[in-house]
Design a protein around this ligand. Structure first.
Ligand code: NAI
Ligand code: MG
Length: 357
């Protein structure tokens, strides 16, 4: 049976790295005999907005809900459309309406990539950040009173539901169980945020009872960010609320070098709705149109998509191909952000060729 993938390239370099993501997926599909069927959508970008006054058609949900996955490039072109409109009109709609309550980001130092952390080698940094993606601190409960006066007040409530907390914890524990180190770290701040964060800690303890083979620790978010930088080798699976996870999921990949290679997944684990796979980076207007964007973030996101669809071996082969091409370090193949003189296409083709081997 074919897996139906909706392809939305978006803006800027999203349209340049997407073809390389598809090239790599085609190579993997061929080698591992996987039936992938791609359908391209022309909405979810700023030109669509300029033409239609919205980022997506009103029936986007109906059009996309039966796909097995969404493969996204990057959205945003601030000179044409303000970022909050382009982002809220597309990506954030998917995350919410498709209940993609897991945001997953691997943080892995790859061969040939220089970590901004001194003295770190591939193998030293290899962990996942699991972020709660639908509730927590990013709630719409709150308001303003006495606006524009001396008594002006603003309130925005953190919302943690037992269902919401437990399901992200379960996902993180399950993930830790698939990893050799079987270690889970929880991000908290129960010393300062004295109601919701102790609750989060309580649910972690409760969930841990079902996973006796996982070793669990926790850090307050302030020292945790410091430890990402000082001791990235301590971590295996790190789970956090929406806000803490947001911060950690940018800091983690930053510790592993260029933003051009970092992938991410927004997952609805039950498969009730499609999950979304996209590079961490944005549309990079400063280099768009030059054909020099690093396609690895897009390709690695494709690997995460294959794993989600049940093809772990094919996914591993894609990541191995990325590592092999990086380790070879061929200047005429690699893009400028990782010290080469090549293009989006030379790097994309080299990886696809390696997958095909
Ligand atoms: P950005 O990630 O687009 O660019 C930041 C810097 O990294 C730029 O100097 C860019 O040239 C470089 N860079 C990014 N990806 C690269 C790649 N693949 N290869 C080589 N260099 C790369 O972030 P920025 O500039 O803050 O945002 C630009 C637009 O992208 C905005 O409209 C923003 O809202 C949007 N954005 C969208 C995201 C998404 O679709 N998930 C995520 C982040 C930003
Ligand atoms: Mg972020």
């Amino acid at each position: 049976m074919a897996h139906r993938i909706a392809v939305i390239a978006g803006d800027g370099i999203g349209t340049e790295v997407m073809p390389e993501g598809l090239r790599a997926l085609d190579a993997a599909a061929k080698r591992f005999d996987i039936d992938l069927e791609f359908t391209t959508f022309e909405f979810g970008n700023c030109d669509y907005y300029l033409e239609h006054g919205k980022m997506m058609p009103d029936d986007w949900f109906e059009q996309l809900k039966d796909f097995d996955a969404l493969f996204y490039g990057a959205v945003g072109w601030p000179d044409k459309v303000p970022d909050h409109i382009s982002l809220w009109g597309s990506l954030l709609q998917f995350r919410r309406q498709f209940d993609q309550y897991i945001n997953l980001r691997p943080c892995k130092l790859m061969p040939g990539i220089k970590s901004p952390l001194a003295g770190r080698e591939p193998g030293d940094i290899d962990f996942f950040v699991v972020r709660e993606n639908t509730e927590g601190e990013y709630s719409s409960i709150g308001g303003k009173m006495f606006e524009g006066t001396e008594r002006e007040i603003v309130v925005q409530e953190t919302v943690m539901s037992r269902t919401g907390v437990d399901r992200v914890l379960k996902y993180a524990f399950d993930l830790a169980q698939t990893r050799p180190r079987k270690k889970l770290t929880s991000a908290t701040k129960s010393n300062g945020i004295s109601i919701t964060m102790p609750y989060w800690d309580e649910r972690v303890l409760e969930m841990a009872k079902q996973y006796p083979d996982i070793s669990v620790d926790k850090f307050h978010i302030d020292i945790l960010t410091a430890n990402f930088v000082l001791h990235p080798d301590w971590f295996d699976v790190v789970v956090g609320s929406n806000l803490f996870g947001d911060i950690l999921s940018d800091l983690g990949p930053a510790c592993t070098g260029t933003i051009g290679i970092a992938p991410s997944a927004n997952i609805n684990p039950e498969g009730k709705f499609p999950s979304l796979f996209e590079p961490v980076h944005g549309s990079a207007p400063d280099i768009a149109g030059k054909g020099i964007a690093n396609p690895i973030g897009q390709i690695w996101s494709g690997a995460m998509m294959l794993e989600h669809l049940g093809y772990k071996e094919a996914s591993d082969a894609m990541v191995a191909a990325i590592e092999e091409v990086l380790a070879e370090g061929n200047q005429s193949v690699l893009t400028g952000d990782i010290g080469g003189k090549g293009t989006t296409k030379t790097l994309g083709e080299a990886i696809a060729d390696t997958i095909a081997k």
